[in-house]
Design a protein around this ligand. Structure first.
Ligand SMILES: [Zn+2]
Length: 412
């Protein structure tokens, strides 16, 4: 009886006004300084278009298209509340048999994170963010879309498509050295996956946060040199951060606001798919060169100090050439800034998913061991993060210059 379950579901969503019962949604009373983005961050909801639209729909009389909030007023969030005992039955009524286990796992993990944050008073409740079930239910997908056209929302949306460096940060283009280039930057992990975790003075260092900050700084330098840049992993709240300890979060999404899956294989496949789609679209345009850079921090035993090193794509001369240019630049920069230190970063090839499955020329960078005390300084000091980004940019400029030089003139 699909129709009946549809009806029940629509009732639960409050789409029909048969019920005035509001308790099915998690609600939140607005405090001073709250914005929708801040509330979403707190409740671990990704800042994607759907979630904005849900918010508008759920709170039609209390907000406007600018998502303005009234102090001390209760707002509904796009999270359904159920008794734990009802979860299974509820999921069966809306989701295909094959997907139930997957969705249920995601919901349970979400609730575990929410419980850790102490947000739920009644722990026998189970919370279901609509975004976790929307792909499985036509009913939600077909919710009439609100016409979001205000400036604020355009801004919020822009953050899903353009590198977001921080409120009011504008980039000035200073050279056209990379104006013929498109870069697709993928900072490792993010969303539900923190990547490797190191401990420094009792604080957790999450790979995804540090990789993101460095990648974002790199994006800035590339844009300053005229390049077009896509960030495949996106954080719509954190711009470039100067703190030593970058607060761990799970709010990153993929380009365009796509939710990052929990499952590692799906996560990689989806990022490659998004990257390749952007690339296939870009090559129809004017830009001649396309490079994808994956940025990671490695995790090894605490004692192991490692220099920045690079992986290139097997059988791709260009990828090897990019890796070489980066490596040589790091060597030059270390010699310049820390003479006598020496630099032992390597380039090699490796059978990695993103190297195999990315269509543009791709290089994979490992920035250091997140568990090694000495390497950790490379990440927690903002000047070091900035230098890493700058040097990667220098390396790419070096590559671009060599690429312009006829082959016979290349320095062997
Ligand atoms: Zn990693």
């Amino acid at each position: 009886m699909k129709n009946i379950s549809t009806l029940i579901f629509l009732l639960a969503l409050g789409v029909f006004s048969f019920t005035k019962e509001l308790t099915q949604y998690v609600s939140y009373t607005v405090q001073k300084g709250d914005r929708v983005e801040k509330i979403y961050k707190k409740f671990l909801l990704p800042l994607n278009n759907e979630n904005y639209e849900y918010f508008l729909k759920l709170n039609t009389k209390k907000t406007d298209k600018n998502l303005k909030l009234m102090l001390n007023v209760k707002y509904k969030l796009p999270i359904l509340k159920l008794k734990e005992s009802e979860l299974e039955k509820f999921l069966r009524s809306i989701i295909n048999e094959d997907s139930i286990t997957f969705v249920k796992t995601q919901i349970i993990e979400y609730n575990r994170d929410i419980n850790t944050r102490g947000l739920k008073e009644n722990k026998t409740e189970i919370w279901i963010p609509l975004y976790l079930i929307k792909n499985y239910t036509e009913q939600i997908q077909n919710l009439p879309t609100t016409n979001i056209s205000s400036k604020k929302n355009t801004l919020a949306r822009n953050k899903l498509y353009f590198p977001f460096y921080g409120e009011d940060v504008k980039i000035k283009v200073k050279s056209n050295l990379l104006s013929d280039y498109v870069f697709y930057l993928i900072s490792g992990h993010g969303g539900p996956d923190p990547g490797a975790i190191g401990i420094y003075e009792g604080q957790e260092l999450h790979e995804d946060e540090y990789a993101y900050d460095i990648t974002l700084r790199l994006a800035k330098y590339l844009e300053m040199n005229g390049a077009k840049v896509y960030m495949i992993t996106i954080d719509t709240i954190d711009g470039i951060r100067d703190d030593k300890f970058l607060t761990p979060s799970y709010k990153e999404v993929y380009y365009g606001g796509v939710v990052i899956p929990q499952n590692q294989k799906e996560r990689l496949e989806l990022s490659a798919k998004i990257l390749n789609e952007l690339y296939l679209n870009e090559i129809k345009g004017k830009k001649k060169h396309h490079i994808s850079i994956n940025i990671h921090l490695d995790s090894r035993s605490e004692e192991e100090k490692i220099d920045v090193f690079f992986y290139y794509q097997e059988n791709n001369e260009d990828s090897k050439f990019v890796a070489e240019s980066l490596r040589n630049t790091f060597e030059e920069q270390y010699n310049k800034h820390q003479p006598g230190r020496g630099y032992r970063g390597t380039i090699e090839t490796r059978n990695l998913f993103m190297l195999r499955n990315s269509l543009p020329t791709t290089v994979y960078i490992e920035l250091g061991n997140i568990r090694n005390r000495n390497n950790q300084i490379r990440f927690i000091e903002r000047n070091n993060r900035d230098a890493l980004a700058k040097w990667i940019c220098f390396g790419l400029i070096k590559y671009a210059k060599l690429k312009k030089t006829p082959k016979s003139n290349k320095i062997k």
